[in-house]
Design a protein around this ligand. Structure first.
Ligand code: DAH
Length: 322
């Protein structure tokens, strides 16, 4: 019995001197391992007279449990002090992760599309690489029209081009489905313009198209007025100015009153029968109107941005404001 007490003391002393986990593990193996001191003592039990066995066994078991507890305690204290000793300084401020946000152009596109979806328009997607047929021919744009010139359109190989307008989506959607339809197509367009404060070789447009057996010019006016009121407030003033587009007849440019003058905001008109013919619609049975607007221009007005390049330079000081 005295020996066992001494043994317990010995374990405890050695543990007190152990400085790290490795040292503790070594001591643990020496005493509690399969061939350790305590296992040997259990072996020796067998040679005791049977009258002494039960009492000695009980004491030995108690020692084993006591030793296991000592090791466990030591490991826990070493574990937490090792953490404190490392380079980690929990008093320093945490790493700051900045939250992302939507680009102002995305914000404007979302605002506009949500107004039109409330009016029953379906949002559709088009292609940025197109053919002359979709960008010009089907839209009734004659072969000698200046917009077909390579100064005004980026031509790619094999009769392809980068679309210069989202009006292409009118053709793609009408080819796909039967009337009636009400679609809105936001997306990028490309033009080889010299870049300056108001021009970019890439910008965004939103195209709208409404086709039904009856979709009149006054419907167009009502829809656009409603849209502009939702976008700029109920006091917005709008005017229709006669214009020409090959794919609409009659065509207008739509201006809004801005500060002291009028500002051109979008093009629109009644779909030209030649466009319906190009997609195989019966010109006697359908009527429709279309419109196309430039997103950057509206974003510039809305947010008071005076240089279109700011939208595409990815400057965080600019983008963080939205
Ligand atoms: N596609 C024209 C442009 O890029 C804008 C436009 C004008 C679209 C009249 C239309 C429209 O749908 O009816 O300048």
């Amino acid at each position: 019995m005295t020996n066992l007490k001494l043994l317990e003391q010995e374990i405890s002393d050695r543990l007190n001197q152990a400085a790290d986990v490795k040292a503790v593990e070594e001591i643990k193996i020496a005493y509690l391992g399969r061939k350790g001191m305590i296992a040997c003592l259990f072996q020796e039990l067998k040679s005791l007279p049977s009258s002494e066995k039960p009492e000695a066994g009980k004491l030995l078991n108690a020692l084993k449990i006591q030793a296991e507890e000592l090791f466990q305690k030591k490991l826990t204290t070493i574990g937490s002090s090792e953490k404190l000793d490392s380079d980690f300084d929990e008093t320093l401020p945490g790493a700051q992760y900045e939250t992302g946000r939507l680009h102002p152009i995305t914000l404007v596109i979302r605002e506009i599309t949500s107004i039109f979806t409330q009016l029953g328009f379906e949002i559709v997607d088009g292609r940025e690489v197109e053919t002359e047929f979709y960008n010009f021919t089907a839209l009734n744009i004659p072969l000698d029209h200046p917009s077909r010139d390579s100064f005004d359109t980026f031509y790619l190989n094999q009769g392809c081009l980068l679309r210069s307008q989202t009006s292409t989506v009118q053709i793609r959607e009408m080819q796909k489905r039967k009337p009636p339809l009400r679609i809105l197509a936001p997306g990028r367009v490309y033009r080889p313009d010299a870049v300056d404060a108001s021009h970019s070789f890439m910008f965004h447009q939103i195209e709208g198209l409404w086709v039904d057996d009856r979709a009149t010019f006054s419907d167009l006016k009502g829809i656009l007025h409603l849209f502009l009121r939702k976008l700029f407030g109920k006091d917005v003033q709008m005017r229709f100015r006669p214009h020409f587009f090959p794919f609409t007849e009659p065509s207008v440019e739509v201006d809004v009153k801005w500060k002291k003058g009028w500002l051109e905001l979008l093009g629109a008109g009644q779909v030209d029968p030649a466009v319906f013919s190009a997609v195989g619609y019966d010109t006697k049975k359908v009527q429709g109107f279309a419109f196309g607007l430039g997103v950057e221009r509206i974003a510039m007005l809305k947010y008071g941005v005076n240089d279109i390049r700011l939208f595409f330079e990815n400057g965080l000081r600019f983008l963080k404001q939205f």
